[in-house]
Design a protein around this ligand. Structure first.
Ligand SMILES: [Zn+2]
Ligand SMILES: [Zn+2]
Length: 187
């Protein structure tokens, strides 16, 4: 099946300064997120790009917009976040990347490259979105989280919520004290 993230450069003259717009709404690929938040597979990614020919290759710039779904790291409530990320990426002509490699640039092989007059923007869009997702998403910045005793959301609990209990470590001490006293009485 054709990769929808593949942009053909056939309509972009290879002449510095030439540019063309490229807009699409594409389904999010699998695993488009981090542990607690991401764009569900198949949900729309709105992509608006301008492709511009530069001497080294094609300069991609624009935005990607999507809605991420996740879970609050404190209270575990479902949350949604509208995300708009900017894209700015130089995609090299293969001979340019080859030239960098020949010059001893060890990282050149990781740079995005034009292949068969096409650019695969999937890794570029993925980097733009996934790299900016929070590792600890919160439903709101001051989310109070959960009561450590009962696991209920503080949000849902009355203001005077508390748990009546004796501290078990004090109980143990009291037991020990009683045992010692009993032992002493035996003498
Ligand atoms: Zn929360
Ligand atoms: Zn509680």
């Amino acid at each position: 099946m054709r990769n929808p993230f593949l942009i053909s450069l056939l309509d972009l003259p290879r002449q510095e300064g030439a540019s063309m717009p490229w807009d699409a709404q594409l389904p999010a690929p699998r695993d488009f997120g981090v542990e607690l938040i991401g764009v569900p597979e198949g949900d729309p990614l709105d992509i608006h790009l301008t492709l511009q020919s530069v001497s080294e290759g094609v300069w991609l710039s624009g935005t990607v917009h999507a809605t991420a779904h996740g879970e609050c790291a404190r209270c575990l409530q479902d949350l949604e976040e509208d995300i708009t990320e900017t894209i700015g990426e130089l995609v090299l002509y293969p001979e340019r990347r080859k030239a960098l490699e020949d010059q001893g640039d060890d990282e050149a092989h990781e740079l995005p490259v034009i292949q068969n007059e096409h650019i695969d923007i999937e890794p570029i869009v993925r980097d733009a979105v996934v790299a900016h997702l929070p590792f600890r998403p919160l439903c709101r910045p001051d989310c109070p989280g959960l009561c450590p005793e009962c696991g209920e959301r503080w949000e849902d609990l009355p203001e005077d919520h508390h748990h009546d209990h004796t501290n078990p470590s004090f109980d143990a001490l009291a037991d020990l004290e009683a045992a010692l006293r009993a032992a002493g009485d035996d003498k």
